[in-house]
Design a protein around this ligand. Structure first.
Ligand SMILES: *[C@@H]1O[C@H](CO)[C@@H](O)[C@H](O)[C@H]1NC(C)=O
Ligand SMILES: *[C@@H]1O[C@H](CO)[C@@H](O)[C@H](O)[C@H]1NC(C)=O
Ligand SMILES: *[C@@H]1O[C@H](CO)[C@@H](O)[C@H](O)[C@H]1NC(C)=O
Ligand SMILES: *[C@@H]1O[C@H](CO)[C@@H](O)[C@H](O)[C@H]1NC(C)=O
Length: 781
């Protein structure tokens, strides 16, 4: 009994000893804090002390992470004035001024210039908070009142931590902005900065010296115009505040993920997340990676689009100011009006407005705003002021509110996938031309032909496979080659067949001059039928293996997949989704593939995925999209429960297989070959487990951690889990899948997947995996 007591005593003493040894988070006034001493925040998240960055021997007072990422510096006091020896010290005066003294003579190296007059019964005290903020309080000895004198969060360096502000204090005039370090070893102020601009409606600029590199659009109620809006972002929330006292934006973390935003010494603005599992920072978002990010790339009245080549075009009603330069990809001089405005001319035609949808709004430096006006009032205001070139709502929520008017040329506008529109001013006569474009039927038809001729390999492959099935049934398979024709005739229920002779004549005997491309596994020819119809013909050669190997490139799995980085994989996922959507919906015949799997995805040299092997495909016309088959064919691991058990297949069976495929691409592991030490679940089950625990990111293949964009990985996994849900009706359509993959909106919560363990397959009795149609022989593996 007594021994026990002694133990406890000892234990208490030990704890006291421990806590005594733990560094303090407060710095009392008039106490020397020497190089080598540190302050540690209460939760041990951050530490303050002197340090030398990189290879430098200079000493700086800084704040860095302690518990995680030890030594990653987030703030430096004396950026421009290092201490050159190791006898520097920090001191806090009673009046709240923080100073760094260097050398034997204790020269003043740096000061916070924050001295205030204090009562004799008051004193300043410094404290390092657990959010990384070093604060100086004015503390009364007798009461617990604390008044803030100074805080390091008011003087950001290259890092913005949650809770820090970017913007301007309108009372004191203090600006909160980020500046890069000069180099890895030198924290002095470098050339790059991110600054909040409060001329006109507030927006944020990335600068290199005085040169404007990029612009983060103004706050639109949901996010920054032109920056992905993540409403249901689980990691952080962004806030914009504008009142009489201050204008700023800031962010707060929601969960346990540690995030920092840093402007690197070479000018990149990165959102970094700490991933404990790999003990490293991962780029969650890189503000400004695409070409349209460059400020005003397309000049005044130009529109930038990353989906177009070249990216620049003129706004409707405008034409290149300098066509030669424009043609030579020099877009800086931008566009000019085709027809002048009539604003001053009261008798003449009036001006009107043309709506451009889904944009990042133009530069707002020369703008005027009123947050309480309606869009209608805004139009009136713009119309009655001849300097006004365009207008929009300030807040896009709830149908839009507020008025933002541009009083200058429209600069730095880009297409953006968010519901934000602008109304640009133009002459009424010009507007008429735009509203009622002359409908040229012949032109439209030509375009259609062209689209068909250059349409994706999916169409052609389908045509090939489908035709081959027919041909085979009719035992007409020719030994010398397989070929088929896809024409543009409006036969919804069937494809037309042509004799080899007809096709040969149409393509001038498959002449080289008629060759328009190389598809999935054979050359494609342009042809002209006797009745004048243009056709595309794909020729498959059984004997020649040429081209086959280069396309048949199953590099999805881990063994070889180290060469595929995340952007490539995401592009592949997206491409496959688009391909299946095409089969399900966009092609004139609805096609259910029935055997979507990694082995049937071909990658071309540019890593564009092509869906192949239509041996099992079924076509449907109209609404008849659910069918039953007695013989279940398909591939273990990818097959949906309703198909495996009841032989019922629908477009949702393809969705299921797609979901499996996405998990495989993301994890680099095969569903059926997956094993885990802790449980017997297959990849689906494993993904589900991690998802439920909020650890989805751990599913990601280790080889991706340098290249991944966490938000995209998590989104892909969640979409995949939605696709593999047990009930077909719970699964999204491919259209939703495509939209979910590219949008930033919230995703539904998935339910438990089907077939999450290997046993679930064994319960199936009838699943022979037999190829129904030997057309797949072309891909014999
Ligand atoms: C602090 O001192 C001032 C004047 O010296 C006095 O007016 C004030 O009441 C004191 N405050 C407290 C809390 O003792
Ligand atoms: C620019 O290119 C277009 C299309 O290629 C052409 O029609 C036009 O004549 C060119 N203009 C100049 C000035 O080179
Ligand atoms: C903004 O618009 C509202 C409504 O039209 C008006 O009452 C208010 O005075 C305007 N404010 C400014 C600053 O112009
Ligand atoms: C247009 O509106 C702006 C902002 O209110 C104002 O400064 C300017 O004087 C106006 N111009 C004309 C011609 O009314």
């Amino acid at each position: 009994m007594e021994g026990h007591f002694i133990h406890i005593l000892f234990f208490i003493a030990f704890i006291l000893l421990l806590s005594h040894c733990t560094a303090l988070d407060t710095l009392p006034a008039n106490q020397a804090f020497k190089d080598g001493n540190t302050l540690v925040s209460e939760g041990e998240m951050f530490e303050l002390g002197f340090f030398s960055p990189g290879k430098s021997k200079n000493r700086y007072l800084g704040i860095w992470y302690k518990k995680i990422s030890y030594g990653t510096v987030v703030w430096v006091a004396n950026r421009e004035t290092p201490v050159t020896d190791r006898i520097g010290m920090l001191k806090l005066s009673k009046h709240g001024e923080l100073v760094i003294l260097g050398g034997h003579r204790k020269n003043l190296v740096w000061s916070s210039n924050s001295a205030v007059s204090v009562w004799s019964n008051n004193s300043a005290v410094g404290q390092l908070l657990d959010n990384g903020n070093l604060v100086i309080w004015n503390k009364n000895e007798k009461s617990t009142n604390l008044n803030l004198i100074w805080q390091s969060f008011d003087y950001p360096g290259d890092t913005i931590l949650p809770g820090m502000k970017l913007g301007k204090d309108l009372v004191t005039g203090l600006q909160w902005f980020m500046t890069s370090w000069k180099s890895h070893d030198d924290p002095s102020i470098g050339v790059y900065s991110n600054v909040h601009d409060t001329n006109g409606y507030p927006q944020t600029f990335s600068l290199q010296g005085d040169v404007l590199l990029a612009r983060l659009g103004p706050w639109n109620g949901l996010g920054f115009s032109g920056f992905p809006i993540e409403k249901e972002n689980r990691i952080y929330t962004t806030k914009f505040v504008m009142n009489k006292k201050e204008i700023y934006h800031t962010y707060e973390l929601k969960g346990v993920v540690v995030q920092r935003i840093v402007i690197t010494w070479d000018g990149k603005t990165l959102f970094l997340h700490w991933i404990e599992r790999i003990k490293d920072w991962i780029v969650y978002a890189n503000a400004g990676v695409d070409s349209c990010n460059r400020f005003s790339l397309c000049g005044p009245y130009g529109m930038c689009s990353i989906n177009k080549q070249p990216p620049c075009s003129c706004m409707p009603g405008f034409e290149p100011r300098n066509p030669e330069e424009w043609n030579a990809s020099d877009w800086v001089s931008g566009c000019k009006r085709k027809k002048p405005l009539n604003c001053e001319n009261k008798k003449g035609e009036r001006d009107g407005f043309w709506k451009i949808e889904r944009v990042k709004v133009p530069d707002t430096r020369r703008s005027w705003y009123n947050v309480s006006m309606t869009l209608g009032e805004c139009e009136m205001a713009c119309k009655s002021n001849c300097s006004c070139t365009g207008y929009t709502s300030i807040d896009i929520r709830n149908g839009g509110s507020g008025c933002l008017m541009w009083l200058d040329e429209l600069l730095d506008t880009r297409e953006y996938d968010v519901n934000q529109d602008i109304y640009i001013r133009m002459a009424a006569t010009e507007l008429d031309g735009l509203v009622n474009p002359q409908f040229d039927l012949s032109k439209k038809k030509r375009t259609l032909t062209a689209v068909l001729l250059t349409s994706s390999a999916v169409t052609l492959l389908f045509a090939v496979a489908y035709a081959c099935r027919k041909i085979k049934k009719q035992s007409h398979m020719k030994k010398q080659g397989k070929w088929n024709v896809h024409d543009e005739k409006d036969h919804l229920d069937d494809l037309q067949f042509f004799s080899l002779h007809e096709v040969a004549r149409a393509t001038t005997n498959f002449s080289v001059s008629n060759r328009i491309g190389e598809g999935g596994f054979g050359p494609v020819y342009k042809g002209l039928l006797d009745d004048g119809k243009e056709i595309a013909v794909k020729r498959l050669s059984e004997t020649s293996q040429q081209g086959l190997d280069e396309f048949k490139n199953e590099v999805i799995y881990e063994t070889r997949s180290w060469m595929l980085n995340w952007p490539q994989r995401f592009k592949i996922i997206h491409g496959i989704a688009r391909g299946i959507l095409y089969l399900h919906q966009d092609s004139r015949l609805q096609i259910i593939h029935r055997d979507i799997k990694a082995g049937n995805i071909l990658l071309d040299g540019d890593m564009n995925p092509k869906i192949s092997d239509f041996g099992l495909a079924r076509k449907f016309v109209g609404q008849d999209t659910i069918a039953k088959t007695k013989k279940v064919v398909g591939t273990y691991g990818y097959i949906s429960p309703e198909y495996a058990v009841h032989g019922r297949f629908s477009i949702k069976s393809d969705v299921f297989s797609f979901g499996v495929l996405v998990l495989e691409i993301t994890s680099g592991k095969k569903n059926r070959e997956f094993s885990h030490g802790d449980h017997n679940d297959n990849l689906l089950g494993h993904a589900w487990r991690l998802y439920k625990q909020g650890r989805s990111i751990e599913l990601m293949s280790g080889s991706l951690h340098a290249s991944c964009v966490i938000s995209e990985v998590l989104r892909s996994i969640q979409v995949a889990l939605l696709c593999v849900q047990h009930h077909a009706e719970d699964r999204p359509t491919m259209l939703s899948v495509v939209l979910m993959l590219v949008s930033e909106g919230a995703l539904p919560e998935p339910k438990q997947p089907a077939f999450f363990s290997e046993e679930s397959y064994h319960q199936l009795s009838s699943l022979p995996s037999v190829d129904e149609c030997t057309i797949t022989v072309l891909y014999a593996r």
